[in-house]
Design a binder for this molecule. Structure first.
Ligand SMILES: *Cc1c(COP(=O)(O)O)cnc(C)c1O
Length: 407
């Protein structure tokens, strides 16, 4: 990409992915020719839109082993997660007001749950181990008679760790509680089958799987159990009354195509991305004091969140201005506050600010990876050469004995 006139290399696929050109192609007719409202039942413009939506629904359902009637469309992953959390909590409030979730959720789940907590719900936040995984026995122990919802992130957007969704689903089935899986990350490379994994609600986002931004989907189980949701907004009666508003036909056509491409290409993409990602990690490991954040193997293939000890992540990023990455530790790039995910992993204060998140995607090439390796290693070596702390460390000074002088 040449946004500022200079070549940029994209390693921020977990923030958003490029829309696949085949997806763009599939969307175009629904802007320019077939622009009707799918609710218009009296003419061909409406029918054309409805047909596109039916196909999109079918394709999204196919990706996760669901029935088309169980998929509803939203404005994105955030809305899907909000609808799942608020929708279940409020619909089943009479049964109980206890929710189980994890310490490493995306804010699209964490913030609605915090809001419910302020409204009187009780929440159990399951801790994770240093690789980012929850403990299944701890989950079992956390579910109570008044628990209505278990909400867990599938692939973590900061560190890539993949929770054991099938085991979580089995526990939820056994205990008879509704299981929401935030699968915004990972459907481009991992196989999730809603029946095999015991999932009752599953959130998806278009722009994380090479579809457009501003479109998402929510799978809502219809049988055993039939899950009901209180809608967040009211209106025209679309989406079985759970999500009102005129449907985004181009977005749905795009999301459908994106889902179809994932289904057809995820295995090959996974193999290629894993190889490129591992090549990158291996190169970084040639430097001393490099640590991987996340699970060593049970991890999304595009995820490489690494801490370069004694190097500020922000400085490292400034040293490689043509590589588009995210700071691995900051909650959002706008704040330098360490993220709740890094804190939950127990990453030490000294290492937390040294992490960088590289995220690879379908369009990442070997040449781009090699360029990023070269830039990052060069920047890291330069910063360490200038660092008195690094020099002391290399001389064998026990860093924990240093008394820092504050003034
Ligand atoms: C991106 C993301 C979301 C939010 O999706 P949007 O479509 O950007 O609103 C939710 N959960 C996870 C895990 C994500 O990665």
């Amino acid at each position: 990409m040449t946004g500022t006139g200079q070549q940029l290399y994209y390693f921020d696929n977990y923030a958003s992915t490029r829309t696949d050109p085949r997806v763009v192609e599939a969307m175009l007719p629904y802007f320019s020719e077939r622009y009707g409202n799918s609710n218009s039942r009296s003419h061909g413009f409406g029918w054309a839109a409805e047909e596109a939506i039916d196909l999109g629904r079918e394709r999204v359902a196919n990706l996760i082993g669901a029935k088309a009637a169980e998929v509803l469309f939203t404005s994105g992953g955030t809305e899907s997660c909000n609808l799942a959390v608020f929708g279940v909590a409020r619909m089943y409030a009479e049964k109980g007001k206890h929710i189980v979730t994890t310490a490493v959720e995306h804010r699209a789940v964490m913030d609605p749950i915090r809001a419910l907590e302020r409204e009187g719900w009780e929440v159990t936040y399951l801790p994770v181990d240093q690789t980012g995984l929850i403990d299944i026995d701890a989950l079992k122990g956390a579910i109570r008679d008044d628990t209505t919802l278990v909400s867990v992130i599938f692939g973590n957007n900061e560190i890539g760790t993949i929770q054991d969704s099938a085991a979580i689903g089995a526990v939820c089935k056994e205990k008879g509680v509704i299981f929401h899986l935030d699968a915004c990350m990972g459907l481009d490379t991992e196989v999730i089958d809603v029946d095999a994994h015991g999932v009752d609600l599953l959130s998806m986002s278009g722009h994380k799987i090479y579809g457009p931004k501003g479109i998402g989907a929510l799978y809502v189980r219809r049988r055993r159990p039939r899950v009901r949701l209180q809608p967040m907004m009211l209106g025209g009666g679309q989406e079985r009354g759970m999500r009102h508003g005129t449907l985004n036909t181009p977005g749905i056509a795009g999301m459908g195509m994106a889902a179809e491409l994932c289904r057809l290409e995820r295995d090959a993409d996974k193999v290629r991305m894993t190889a490129l990602r591992d090549r990158m990690y291996k190169a970084f490991m040639e430097l001393d004091e490099v640590y991987l954040n996340g699970h060593p193997t049970q991890r999304l293939p595009g995820a490489l969140n690494v801490s370069f000890n004694f190097i500020e992540g922000e400085s490292l990023m400034m040293g490689m201005p043509d590589i588009a990455v995210s700071s691995g530790s900051a909650c959002t790039s706008a704040t330098l506050e360490p993220s709740h995910v890094m804190r939950a992993l127990g990453v030490g204060e000294d290492l937390v600010h040294t992490s960088i998140r590289f995220s690879l995607g379908r369009f990442t090439t070997a040449a781009e990876v090699d360029h990023a390796i070269e830039q990052c290693m060069g920047s890291a070596n330069k910063l360490r050469d200038m660092s008195p702390l690094w020099e002391m460390f290399k001389e064998g000074v026990d860093m924990s004995t240093i008394e820092w002088k504050h003034d």
